[in-house]
Design a protein around this ligand. Structure first.
Ligand SMILES: C[S@@+](CC[C@H](N)C(=O)[O-])C[C@H]1O[C@@H](n2cnc3c(N)ncnc32)[C@H](O)[C@@H]1O
Length: 477
């Protein structure tokens, strides 16, 4: 690091945490930065006394809004208010650091920050992004291909903004590339002038990094026969939230031990690992029960039964009633439930898919409930979710968490492209059997053949391109 090597006297550093501060001091020793310029303290307390800088480098903390101590948050909010900068109340700590740092730069100054990908994927991150594009002449984002902080479920971006200027109503263009593509000299250039378009493109990181071939394929899928957005067919919404899964989910022997009557319980699917294929039927649910899995939700209609009162009293003693979710309910033990969804979505992991809820169970927030918006004349949603077309749509809509794990938010799920039509029940079974046997690859090819080729008559070169893209993607992961 050459930072300050020539101008050690002009470098300032701030760190709050004692041991980290001492490490920082040691790291700066070779550059002979005067000790008084390396401050052990709170950036937001020191802020009013700081001068103006040409360059700011920051690797801010990623503390979520609900974990920021109230006094610290007040200080952070005050810092932005005095600079007349607004921020979404749900913002994590890093956003306050970035916005406050901008206020410390001279005209033409530069900012480099190590930020979570929430910069692009969260609502408050988009606000920060707009601020950066208003205040700087150029903004460049560099995606780190590998997991930089394995202990965080976050991927990171380097945000490099330069040429601080007075806002003039124009948003700076944004360049996006990754550490790998930087090494090979390729850069994705989104030189658009229309801020809305850019903001939309920056919507999913997966879309930015996918490459133009996949985006072209996505357009072909959207225009192909029978394709609809999942949100036009049904409404994806998060499954029930208990507030304390261990307390509310019971096994068959728990029920016997507690002498609970079945009217106080609802058959449920609590965990994503408890569902294997694309159909969840009574036999699957009974098998969970036989294996002593917690597949019953404690959900009494009233406290008339003694056994119910006993369990509620125990929950209260153990602090279940005081949890954030439970304490916000009128009756803390009454988990709110919607109607039983005919389908649900497994929204995380390598096999994102739609499952037909033949067992008619309630599903927890490990799934998104899918309830039809209007009379949906399709029996094939689950099979459609195995096709290469759906898989590519999932790749482009999902958000990347740490460790390569992908996840869809309900709004992402609503945008998924799904080829929908009615198909022969016997054909459906054939595909289901392949999934049950764990042969996802053959199941995908069979679903493509059944739905895309035979029923919807998609061109075979389009199907072949989709299959190739899925294979490439699987190899890349
Ligand atoms: C992501 S870590 C970066 C650590 C180190 N700068 C580095 O790059 O390896 C964020 C750092 O911000 C520090 N920090 C958190 N709140 C702070 C504040 N209000 N003022 C100054 N430093 C703070 C934390 O102690 C932590 O060391």
């Amino acid at each position: 690091m050459l930072l300050g090597a020539k101008h050690a006297g002009t470098v300032n550093g701030i760190e709050l945490h004692g041991p980290t501060y001492r490490r920082f001091q040691r790291a700066m020793q070779p550059f002979h930065t005067p000790g008084r310029q390396l401050t052990h303290g709170d950036f937001f307390v020191l802020l009013p006394k700081l001068g103006r800088y040409h360059v700011i480098l920051t690797n801010p903390p990623y503390i979520r809004h609900h974990s920021i101590p109230p006094r610290g948050r007040l200080r952070m909010q005050a810092a932005l208010e005095s600079a007349s900068v607004a921020i979404n109340g749900k913002a994590s700590a890093w956003a306050y650091f970035v916005l406050s740092s901008t206020q410390l730069l001279v005209d033409g100054g530069r900012l480099a920050a190590v930020l979570p990908t929430e910069l692009l994927t969260s609502d408050y991150g988009k606000g920060v992004m707009t601020h950066l594009r208003e205040r700087f002449s150029r903004v460049r984002l560099v995606r780190c291909d590998r997991t930089v902080f394995p202990e965080l479920s976050q991927r990171v971006l380097l945000c490099l903004a330069d040429g601080l200027k007075k806002p003039n109503g124009k948003l700076a263009e944004c360049l996006f590339d990754s550490l790998q593509s930087q090494a090979s000299g390729q850069t994705g250039h989104f030189g658009v002038t229309d801020g809305m378009l850019l903001a939309e493109r920056l919507d999913t990181l997966a879309r930015l990094t996918a490459g133009s071939d996949l985006i072209v394929l996505e357009r072909s899928i959207a225009a192909a026969p029978g394709v609809r957005r999942l949100g036009d067919v049904c409404k994806p919404s998060i499954g029930y939230v208990t507030g304390d899964n261990d307390f509310f989910h019971l096994t068959a022997s728990d029920i016997e031990k507690e002498t609970l009557n079945k009217k106080n319980l609802v058959p449920a699917l609590a965990r994503a690992k408890d569902v294997q294929g694309i159909v969840f039927d009574h036999a699957n649910w009974r098998s969970l029960q036989d294996q002593e899995r917690p597949c019953w939700l404690f959900r009494p209609p009233s406290t008339a039964d003694k056994a119910v009162r006993r369990l509620i009293a125990r929950g209260k003693r153990h602090g279940v009633a005081d949890g954030a979710k439970c304490s916000s309910r009128k009756s803390w033990w009454r988990v709110p439930l919607g109607s039983v969804p005919p389908w649900f979505l497994v929204y995380m992991g390598p096999h994102v898919r739609i499952v037909r809820n033949a067992a008619k169970v309630q599903v927890s927030n490990s799934f998104y409930a899918l309830r039809p918006l209007r009379d949906t004349s399709t029996n094939s949603l689950a099979v459609a979710s195995l096709t290469s077309a759906f898989r590519i749509s999932v790749m482009l809509e999902s958000r990347e968490l740490g460790g390569g794990l992908r996840k869809l938010e309900p709004s992402d799920a609503a945008r998924l492209l799904v080829p929908a039509c009615d198909i022969d029940v016997l054909d459906v079974r054939q595909v289901e059997h392949l999934v049950e046997a764990g042969d996802w690859q053959s199941a995908r090819l069979a679903a493509d053949d059944l739905l895309l080729r035979r029923r919807l008559h998609w061109p075979s070169d389009l199907i072949a391109s989709l299959q190739r893209a899925c294979l490439d993607q699987a190899r890349a992961q």
